[in-house]
Design a protein around this ligand. Structure first.
Ligand code: FES
Ligand code: FES
Length: 177
């Protein structure tokens, strides 16, 4: 059954667009909007490659798997995708990556990059959370593990991802006490 959805994506209002009720969010992003940065991995809700950030009205944010969530579940939601992390100039060229992206590049954290948009979104949510709720330095590794632990990297780049996140947290003022 077709019905309209409207979603704010990376601060831009998209829609209303007619979408069939059985279209998953990742298909909506790829096929309706040509936004292919969100990656389809397992398609079964396991690998978390496909997560986007949902910004809630109460100021909190969380990641949601788009391979197992219908596009209509995001109607009237505000989300962020990997395309929204870097700063762009007026003609759409990247002029500044986000601190998370910079840290992943600095540490050579990814290889094929299929999991990277998911790791970037999850880490961004974690950093934003720590800005509001700093943690003790000695808890950094356990917090990273519990926050990123569900993300699968088929190239097994976990050590470098985790190192990149650890350094970013420890070197960003206000995230640790
Ligand atoms: S592609 Fe969505 S969880 Fe793996
Ligand atoms: S870098 Fe290839 S799946 Fe993670």
């Amino acid at each position: 059954m077709m019905s309209e959805i409207t979603v704010t994506i990376n601060n831009k209002l998209v829609g209303p667009i007619e979408v069939d009720s059985n279209v998953m969010m990742i298909e909506f992003l790829h096929e309706y909007l040509n936004m292919t940065g969100t990656k389809f991995g397992c398609g079964e809700g396991i690998c978390h490659a496909c997560v986007v950030i949902v910004d809630n009205d109460d100021g909190t944010s969380s990641t949601v798997r788009t391979c197992i969530s219908g596009a209509h579940a995001f109607n009237n939601f505000s989300i962020r995708t990997i395309e929204g992390h870097a700063k762009l100039n007026a003609v759409g060229e990247i002029i500044q990556l986000s601190p998370v992206q910079e840290s992943f590049i600095k540490h050579f954290a990814f290889q094929c990059g299929w999991c990277t948009s998911g790791f970037t979104n999850e880490t961004t949510v974690l950093i934003e959370k720590l800005k509001k709720q700093p943690i003790k330095k000695e808890d950094v590794e356990s917090v990273i593990s519990s926050s990123l632990g569900e993300h699968v990297c088929r190239c097994t780049g976990y050590v470098k991802y985790y190192q990149a996140v650890k350094e970013l947290i420890l070197n960003t003022e206000g995230l640790t006490t």
